[in-house]
Design a protein around this ligand. Structure first.
Ligand SMILES: [Zn+2]
Length: 373
């Protein structure tokens, strides 16, 4: 029995309706994790995040190890207390940000040496240190350190990176201290190559993690390729453990991945879009910067109960966005996170009632043509 219990409550095709029991509460799956990079979901209070329905957020090891520092967060009572978020937290391993943000990276068997993008200071991130940092932060879900290589890359480069990730996964698992309500996930790499993905999945399952992530996707390969990798990989993962697709995605990506058996997601799309004037609705995305909203007295979405839709017109949101007002970012982020949470809730209900296929068909129909009216 895992220290981080996960129960599949219902199945509909390959889609699953599940429940993850963490030290900081229950997470109903499929679930979307808002991204709280620097121990804050940008433009949101923790109360506002919780009000959207989110019960699990993601925080970034790379950012927090550099500033304010994991030991400082631990001395202040851990990340939950530090950021005033009482529900569950998943921390990434730092691997992805080291690759995308840090300079002068040097990858060796021991770990990755890099210079901070903030002040140029030199750091070594090993699998053991990545796990220790996440324990100091108090993460409910810890991620094993992986190497993320850019897309496209040669098959040879993908294969040798995957082998390193597997050796780091073993070291990460060994370094993890088991505590009730806490767990560690391994990350399946292997690029777009089904055989490499299957080898990675089999070896991670042999190590025995509390959950399995599919990494190295949503980096430019396109939705069709992402789905093909999921079709190859997900059936090789254990039925009784949660599956997490990292860094995905847009609403249509989530629906397609849930259909393929994925339980957890994170992505900056709803929060970042909220800060650039984009809103997601049941009929597609809206760009609030567009002049056609300038005199529109209606809310973003008449069926949404978020603070933005309860009291504000598209015309006002257009005005705030055009003026670069902070309130525009706050309201659109709150709306987008509520939209994502509602989408996940609708998918959970559809799976539970055995109607996921008709839900997915109705979703595709409503999103045909891209922009909403
Ligand atoms: Zn709304």
């Amino acid at each position: 029995m895992s220290a981080l219990p996960f129960t599949v409550l219902a199945r509909d095709g390959r889609a699953r309706r599940g429940r993850l029991k963490t030290a900081h509460g229950i997470v109903e799956t499929p679930a979307f994790m808002p991204v709280g990079t620097a121990a804050t979901v940008k433009a949101m209070t923790p109360e506002g995040v919780a009000a959207t329905g989110a019960r699990l957020i993601l925080a970034n090891t790379y950012h927090l190890m550099l500033r304010p520092g994991a030991e400082r967060v631990a001395a202040l009572g851990g990340l939950h207390r530090f950021m005033n978020w009482p529900y569950a937290i998943l921390t990434d391993s730092g691997g992805f940000q080291v690759m995308s943000l840090a300079s002068l990276r040097r990858i060796a068997e021991e770990g990755v040496t890099f210079r901070s993008h903030l002040d140029g200071s030199r750091h070594l991130l090993t699998p053991e240190r990545a796990v220790e940092i996440q324990r100091l932060l108090g993460a409910d879900v810890t991620m094993a350190l992986d190497e993320c290589i850019p897309y496209p890359a040669s098959r040879e480069a993908v294969a040798s990176s995957m082998q390193l990730t597997l050796r780091w996964a073993e070291r990460s698992r060994r370094a993890f201290r088991t505590r009730p309500g806490h767990g560690i996930f391994g990350i399946v790499q292997g690029g777009v190559h089904a055989d490499l993905r299957l080898e990675a999945a089999a070896r991670l399952v042999a190590i025995d993690f509390d959950g399995y992530a599919v990494g190295g996707l949503a980096i430019g390969e396109g939705q069709e390729v992402t789905f093909a990798v999921l079709d190859a990989t997900v059936p090789a993962l254990p039925e009784d453990k949660p599956r997490y697709l990292m860094g995905v995605g847009k609403p249509a990506d989530l629906v397609g991945a849930v259909a393929r058996g994925v339980d957890l997601f994170d992505c900056v799309v709803p929060t970042r879009s909220g800060r650039t004037g984009q809103a997601f609705t049941r009929n597609g995305a809206l760009n609030l910067r567009n002049a056609r909203h300038a005199e529109d007295p209606w809310p973003l979405d008449r069926d949404c109960s978020c603070p933005a839709c309860a009291g504000y017109s598209r015309a006002y949101l257009h005005h705030l966005t055009r003026c670069g007002e902070i309130l525009g970012s706050m309201l659109l982020t709150a709306h987008n996170l509520r939209y994502y949470a509602d989408l996940m809730e609708d998918m959970r209900a559809a799976i539970a009632s055995g109607s996921f296929a008709s839900f997915a068909a109705a979703f595709a129909e409503a999103h045909r043509g891209g922009q909403a009216s």
